[in-house]
Design a protein around this ligand. Sequence first.
Ligand SMILES: NC(=O)CC[C@H](N)C(=O)O
Length: 234
Amino acid sequence: MSTRIGVITFPGSLDDRDAQRAVRLAGAEPVALWHGSHDLEGVDALVLPGGFSYGDYLRCGAIASLSPIMTEVIDAANAGMPVLGICNGFQMLTEAHLLEGGLIRNDHGSFICRDQVLRVENTDTAWTTDFTGEQEITIPLKNGEGGFVASDDVLDRLEGEGRVVFRYVDVNPNGSLRDIAGICNERGNVVGLMPHPEHATEPGFGPDTALAMRSGVDGLAFFTSAIQRTLASA
Ligand SMILES: NC(=O)CC[C@H](N)C(=O)O
């Protein structure tokens, strides 16, 4: 039986279909879940996708983090289920306090869209075991509120505990403190990042490989990692 990975659609989600496709390309079964439901339909892992939930009103992800299904997401995350928040999904995970810190407006004040190089600094999380340590990957970045902020204490703790999972390389595109692109919770089952792995899973449809000199499918390993994790704990 294949791993079933749920992708939650919120009002204003944009990348839910791409996330479902990435799950399928990685070899798992995508399960479409709705924010207004209280049923995770027995999935083995969860993706909170990118987009503009509730039109980014209040703060990006703030209203969606109060959706009915988030009660179940929080319970599942606390029980150890692999949960990945991508961009708007990362914003929701910080708003729901499943991840520390917060995301604020890019320091240059504009929406940004680019192929971004990241360094994978923790390969022990549920979503990164298929990377090698210090591996540099290129995946798309597209957001208006991607600046990661936290107090010095929290930043020191995240770094000290190896919970900075991804760091921006070459360019810091948004003013994120300490070049942080993504983090995980203490257990390593909940991961959030601003760039978009689901958009780099299919040759010819991801980053500009001529420019990046890379495969263009660096995002696939997020999903294959989660599949390995769910099979290992089955
Ligand atoms: N791609 C996204 O998920 C964007 C998230 C959010 N709407 C922002 O602009 O910051």
